[in-house]
Design a protein. Structure first.
Length: 260
């Protein structure tokens, strides 16, 4: 295959800005063929998440089996997984079907809505982190995962995430200093990102992790894929559709306004 086959395992955003909708757009922009296994439906807009409906774990597995058995998968990413039972189902399947995997530990929406139940955090760390190629929390998520209240640096947090079982970690620069910090278990790499004053960042994290998965599926090294993902997420924010919705607008990885 010359076109990388890319899978997102995540929730659906009815507003189209984040979740699988953002992932599929990022896959396409990175030159891949996108597929999805939906684990939850959200009633979501630019203002917030008003409801979450979980997909039964056994049906999530059926989606995964259908994609892997027919089309095949060159790389995958997880996003919102919501519950420990869904995490267990996804981890059980992926343990038997190993592919390059980006785990984006989506815990809270930008609006503040919880997207991961409290009792699911341990399952995420113990069951899914060891299967990942890399985990990609933002600064706030990294602190929550590491149970950190000491304002640790991204460098320290990345090391702690690897100590928790992740082979590599990128603490992204969506909050605090504009830098993504990658630690692969041996080397530290800082990737500067541009801070943009654009009120359209909804879906930036999803776009980053999906692009990262796409580039890994295309055979990029982790460092090169991380640099490419940072650049793509920055451009998606730069072209963000701030005129859409009453809240923080969606990013635009396809630069739709530039095509008009």
């Amino acid at each position: 295959m010359t076109v990388p086959r890319l899978l997102t395992i995540a929730g659906s955003d009815s507003g189209g800005g984040a979740g699988i909708q953002a992932d599929l757009k990022a896959f396409a922009a990175a030159g891949g063929y996108g597929m999805s296994a939906i684990v939850a439906l959200t009633a979501q807009s630019t203002v917030g998440v008003s409801a979450v409906h979980e997909v039964p774990p056994e049906f999530v597995v059926k989606q995964l089996a259908a994609v892997f058995s027919d089309i095949g998968v060159d790389a995958a990413k997880t996003g919102m997984l919501f519950s420990r039972r869904v995490i267990a189902a996804v981890a059980g399947f992926l343990a038997a079907h190993r592919v390059p995997l980006v785990v984006d530990p989506v815990m809270v929406a930008a609006s503040g809505a919880k997207l991961l139940e409290d009792d699911a955090v341990e399952a995420l760390v113990t069951q899914l982190f060891p299967l990942a190629t890399v985990v990609t929390p933002n600064l706030l998520e990294a602190r929550a995962l590491c149970d950190d209240s000491s304002q640790a640096t991204r460098r320290d947090l990345a090391e702690r995430l690897v100590a928790l079982g992740a082979p590599a970690a990128i603490v992204t620069g969506g909050h605090g200093d504009p830098v993504d910090h990658l630690f692969d278990g041996t080397e530290h790499v800082e990737i500067a990102v541009e801070r943009l004053d654009v009120p359209a960042t909804h879906g930036a994290g999803c776009t980053h992790s999906a692009t990262l998965a796409a580039l890994l599926g295309r055979g990029f090294s982790l460092t090169d894929a991380a640099r490419g993902a940072a650049a793509a997420a920055t451009e998606a924010v730069r072209h963000g559709l701030d005129e859409l919705g009453a809240g923080d607008g969606p990013v635009d990885i396809l630069n739709l306004k530039g095509r008009l």
